[in-house]
Design a binder for this molecule. Structure first.
Ligand SMILES: Cc1ncc(COP(=O)(O)O)c(C=O)c1O
Length: 378
């Protein structure tokens, strides 16, 4: 089976975890602190706060910004459902923004239109509390333009950088553009801690609040135990911290291997009917996923293509989700096809190909030739 993804784990990772397990010190300690230091360094920020997963991280960012019930958070329409769910779970309302057809990221022009509409109405304007772009599949959103629009209205921007550790735009790292950035260390990401996440920020006061929220509301700087806010237990375990730290020593190598494999696919797909991922200027894509677009006339055959490939030992999947069209958001807010035309078209046609550090040329060749052969006979 050519798996969609395989985490890059080796003996040094197993040894790092075993050493912590043997020490008996299992919950958030020096390994987690050093891992946080590494995440902050790569993300070019002053702080990183490690947590249980990126979904928790995203939720904590909205609480740190004091997002209240009935507030509005502008968010891309095309992402893993966590990005919208955490808004809903704060009692706030996601306002979806359509995407760019090339990068699949939040479209700045669509954002501008949504902002223009909301900001004209004083009652709505007061409810807008954050903008949440996603660095989809490992390529950064157009942060300069998004920040320009956000800053014009003084709205904080939180980056959902779940898939984008080490991605850059104009030399500046994912997680360093907004007031906060959130990362995931799920096994489908470049480095993994099993489950795991982190929030980056260069705002020390926000970092303090995130540490409070992570640990039952305890003040991390107080000499004794004191509880200053209601908080979660979103701490990372020490053995995950050790694994993350061990993985971080390989980050550059893993990202380079993924980028090299992406170049191989780009080449194999040249002159084929599939559209390879498009990379914006000055953008360093880290290819958490390699997502192609099928020609429009094949969109209705995508499920059968995925099933046939699976039967032939090749795992593929749809890119990610058109969140407004999932059952919950459809029924709660009445969204329908046509409301986000670019997301409609990308959601119908996206196909993710297997990509991981150890993938071979033969495997990549087999993936592409099987796809082209199946499409030819349909
Ligand atoms: C864009 C995006 N946001 C958030 C998440 C949630 O991350 P986690 O699984 O660590 O909670 C994911 C997970 O894949 C994601 O792709």
């Amino acid at each position: 089976m050519i798996r969609l993804t395989v985490p890059s784990l080796d003996q040094s990772d197993f040894d790092a975890v075993e050493a912590v397990l043997k020490s008996g010190y299992l919950v958030q300690g020096p390994q987690v602190a050093t891992f946080e230091h590494e995440i902050a360094r790569v993300s070019q920020t002053l702080n990183a706060v490690a947590v249980t997963n990126c979904t928790a991280a995203l939720q904590m960012t909205l609480l740190a910004l004091d997002v209240q019930p009935r507030d509005l958070v502008l968010v891309t329409a095309y992402s893993w459902v966590s990005t919208a769910n955490i808004i809903e779970l704060c009692g706030a309302q996601p306002v979806f923004v359509d995407i760019d057809p090339d990068t699949f990221n939040m479209c700045p022009l669509a954002l501008e239109q949504v902002l223009d509409r909301l900001m004209q109405n004083p009652a709505m304007k007061a409810r807008v509390k954050a903008i949440m772009p996603v660095h989809t599949f490992g390529q950064m959103a157009d942060m300069p333009r998004i920040l320009e629009l956000a800053n014009a209205y003084g709205i904080p921007v939180v980056e959902d950088a779940a898939c984008a550790l080490a991605a850059k735009l104009e030399g500046r790292a994912a997680g360093s553009w907004g007031i906060m950035g959130c990362f995931s260390f799920h096994p489908r990401k470049a480095i993994t801690t099993g489950e795991g996440g982190a929030i980056t920020t260069s705002d020390n006061q926000i970092a303090w609040k995130l540490k409070v929220l992570r640990n039952h509301g305890q003040d991390p700087d107080a000499s004794g135990v004191d509880f200053v806010l209601p908080g979660f237990n979103n701490r990372m375990t020490e053995f995950q911290g050790a694994l993350g730290l061990s993985q971080m020593t390989k980050l550059e190598r893993i990202v380079k291997a993924r980028q090299d494999a992406a170049r191989v696919y780009d080449d194999l797909l040249k002159d084929s009917p599939l559209q390879p991922p498009r990379v914006a200027q000055n953008s360093e894509h880290v290819y958490q996923s390699y997502v192609t677009l099928l020609p429009a006339q094949y969109a209705h055959q995508r499920s059968s293509l995925i099933a046939t490939l699976k039967a032939r030992g090749i795992e593929t999947n749809i890119g990610t989700w058109h969140m407004p069209l999932t059952r919950y958001y459809r029924s709660r807010y009445g969204y329908a096809e046509g409301d986000f035309p670019i997301a409609d078209h990308v959601f119908a046609r996206a196909l993710t190909l297997p990509l991981f550090e150890g993938i071979t040329f033969e495997q990549q060749h087999s993936v592409v030739s099987n796809i082209l052969e199946i499409l030819k006979h349909n």
